[in-house]
Write a protein that binds this ligand. Structure first.
Ligand SMILES: [Zn+2]
Length: 413
């Protein structure tokens, strides 16, 4: 293997990754058994040789040392690790990634696999008789999404004590049928929910339990991502309990805007700084102080040549990637350049600048007897098109079939 034997070692973070016996388990249950084959670009019927060949080709093509995408490379490795092992492959074909949860050996937990292939999101169960999921929003600061954090949250859940028995009132049907005589010889059949079991068909002792869940906010998690506690919703007889999901709600940050793994900050520079250089100190999300400093001669423009905002990037100072926090996005800086206001520059400064800056105005030749000199006044681009006298009549637009404003005035008088 390319990463020291274990393609999942980069997932080893936040302490215990116990045997999956804890509350946090894989999210999926609607079984997908094709994703790994798609990752390697082979048919589901591919034999070992074909799989190996496809893997080798992809591994070479996407190797990070050759500029390949590291996440994809890891997906390829993980897919190969499973599909090249007949036992694991058989499990995957039958039960999907979830089937690999138990005894997955070196392949890490199924949760890792899920977050790798499905971005950690939960997938709805297609299985029968599964209880409903409970969703809790979890507000998380950008700092916590950058650094990772464990939040302890107490939940109150219903648990079943001892065995549950089939309801004798309804024989497990959950409904009872009653016959009611509504007139002589006429009987109405009424079906209603069994009062003894409340429609569940089973009877059991229950109790509410308080449980503290350790919610692991992993580095690089995204807005609306689910942190799933499988089977932690209320227990009901003969129903597989649903999940408790904590839905990450990313809080707005005063300095950083986030998109994917990239961050964006805005910076206003004076024209002097934009031309002559600047130093700027920011505190990053992990409290590191970073001095963003222009290189000698670097010019920050007011806008890019295609009229888009002018941005530059600090490579590798974005958010950590989920699952591989060592691979970070980039930090974009969007610049605004503030030019000096009218009157800010004195005559001698203008003269000095004229000599220094490239592109000084050429002196114009014209005949002062005939040419007219025009100066500029303040303007707002919103007023463009509103000039002239005819448009001052507000009725003009609504009645323009008739022609000029004179016509409108005639109609009104
Ligand atoms: Zn019943």
């Amino acid at each position: 293997m390319f990463f020291g034997g274990d393609p999942f070692e980069h997932f080893g973070h936040h302490g215990s990754r116990g045997g999956g016996g804890g509350g946090r388990r894989a999210a999926a249950s609607s079984v997908d058994t094709t994703k790994l084959y798609e990752t390697l670009g082979v048919e589901k019927t591919a034999d070992e040789k074909e799989i190996k060949k496809a893997y080798r080709k992809l591994a070479v093509k996407h190797h990070p040392d050759k500029g390949g995408d590291e996440h994809l490379f890891k997906e390829i490795n993980a897919a190969y690790e499973i599909l090249s092992d007949p036992e694991k492959r058989a499990k995957y074909d039958k039960y999907g990634l979830e089937g690999l949860e138990e005894g997955a050996g070196g392949a890490g937990s199924a949760e890792d696999l899920f977050s790798m292939f499905f971005g950690g999101g939960a997938r709805r169960s297609a299985g029968p008789r599964r209880g409903e999921d409970i969703n809790h929003p979890l507000k998380v600061s950008l700092e916590d999404l950058y650094n990772g954090k464990t939040v302890k949250l107490a939940v109150s859940r219903q648990v079943i004590v001892g065995e549950s028995k089939m309801c004798t009132g309804c024989d497990g049907q959950g409904v009872v049928v009653e016959l009611r005589q509504i007139a002589l010889g006429m009987v109405q059949q009424i079906q209603r929910r069994c009062p003894e079991c409340g429609g569940e068909g089973y009877q059991c002792q229950r109790r509410r339990e308080r449980e503290v869940l350790e919610v692991l906010v992993e580095k690089g998690m995204k807005n609306n991502q689910k942190i799933v506690f499988r089977g932690k919703a209320d227990e009901k007889p003969n129903v597989e309990p649903g999940n408790i999901n904590f839905i990450v709600q990313e809080k707005e940050h005063a300095l950083f805007k986030r998109k994917g793994a990239d961050l964006l900050i805005t910076k206003t520079l004076s024209l002097n700084e934009a031309l002559c250089g600047f130093e700027w100190k920011i505190t990053h999300l992990d409290n590191r102080e970073i001095i963003i400093k222009s290189r000698p001669g670097e010019v920050i423009k007011a806008e890019a040549s295609d009229r888009r905002p002018f941005v530059k990037v600090v490579t590798g100072e974005g958010m950590p990637s989920l699952g591989n926090p060592f691979v970070k996005g980039d930090l974009y800086v969007l610049f605004t350049v503030e030019f000096p206001d009218d009157g800010d520059l004195k005559d001698d400064q203008v003269e000095a600048l004229k000599k220094i800056l490239p592109g000084a105005a050429m002196s114009m030749e014209y005949d002062p007897e005939t040419a007219e000199i025009a100066h500029l006044d303040h303007a707002d681009v919103k007023n463009f098109g509103k000039g002239g006298v005819s448009n001052q009549s507000s009725n003009y637009d609504s009645d323009d079939e008739e022609g000029g404003p004179q016509q409108v005035q005639c109609n009104q008088s």
